[in-house]
Every structure is written in structure tokens, then in C-alpha cells.
Design a protein around this ligand. Structure first.
Ligand code: T46
Length: 134
């Protein structure tokens, strides 16, 4: 899989509102777990870790937040998620920090694997060293 990328989520709009669809085959992985961040203080920062093998798709289903990424090799990426009509496809091997949550925002995450604490690297130096070894 290539680097992190924004994908447009197919939607259907009618007089009642809009419906976003993440159907089978839309993502390049089978969804094994869904979780969401809500009631996040506008001052809070989430993340501060990398995943060794987990692929994710993040959607701001309400409000907005920022995602800052590092590949641990000197390349940084920044995304502003502010629409339920798009999402960030995030491959494994990126340090991430989520911040600038708007009041009432919700970050929905679709993930390729069940929760596994051993998939996390929570210290940036260890992450950078792990990337160098790959
Ligand atoms: C990520 C960002 C965007 C579980 O028990 N099961 C789970 O499925 C998850 C996701 C978390 N937890 C536990 C682990 C911690 O004790 O919930 C607590 C908070 O998790 P964490 O500090 O990892 O939360 P965030 O917001 O920093 O990170 C989460 C995801 O963990 C991570 O995969 O990419 O959201």
C-alpha cells in the first residue's frame, strides 16, 4: 500500500439529508473493528503512537480535527479532516498525532485488525529505529 491518502466516500443525497457509504471493496482491507473518538476536549491531543501492521480509515463524521503524520524517516504529512464525505486511508508505519478537535467532533475509525496493544509503538525514538531497520 502507498502512503496516506484522502479518499472521497460515496454519498447519496436526497431531501432528507445525506448518507455516506463504506461498502465492501471500497477500502483495500476488510474491516475487523470500528471505534470512534467523541467528547474530545478542544485542547486534547490523541494518538502519539504508530502501528506496526494496522491499516485504518479515519472519518470526521462530525466536526473537524487535524492529523499530523511522520514516517519516521524525515517525511511529515498533515491532513485536516472536516467532512464526512472523505476519509484518511492510513497505512501502518506512520506516527500520528490528532489535534485541533472542534467542539462535538467525532472521529470514526475503521481498522483492519482487532485491538492488539503489541501492534503499538508509543515512543517516537523506538518507532524511528524500527523504521530504519525495515
Ligand atoms: C489510533 C487513534 C486514531 C482498547 O481497549 N481497544 C481499542 O480498540 C482501542 C482503540 C483502544 N483501547 C484502549 C487502549 C487505551 O487504554 O483504550 C484506551 C485509549 O486508547 P489510546 O490511548 O490508544 O487512544 P488514542 O485516541 O490515542 O488512539 C486511538 C487508537 O488507539 C489508535 O489506533 O490510531 O485512536
Amino acid at each position: 500500500m502507498a502512503g496516506p491518502v484522502l479518499l472521497n466516500v460515496p454519498t447519496i443525497e436526497d431531501s432528507r439529508g445525506e448518507l455516506g457509504i463504506v461498502d465492501t471493496g471500497f477500502l483495500p482491507f476488510a474491516i475487523a473493528r470500528i471505534y470512534y473518538l467523541f467528547d474530545v476536549s478542544t485542547q486534547s491531543t490523541r494518538g502519539g503512537h504508530a502501528h506496526k501492521t494496522l491499516t485504518q480509515f479515519l472519518v470526521a463524521v462530525s466536526g473537524s480535527f487535524s492529523v499530523e503524520l511522520s514516517d519516521g524517516l524525515g517525511n511529515d504529512f498533515a491532513f485536516s479532516l472536516r467532512s464526512p464525505r472523505e476519509g484518511l486511508l492510513l497505512p501502518p508505519g506512520f506516527w500520528r498525532q490528532l489535534s485541533d478537535f472542534s467542539s462535538g467532533s467525532v472521529c470514526l475509525v475503521m481498522a483492519s485488525q482487532p485491538y492488539n496493544p503489541e501492534d503499538y509503538i508509543r515512543e517516537f525514538g523506538q518507532f524511528a529505529a524500527w523504521k530504519q531497520r525495515r
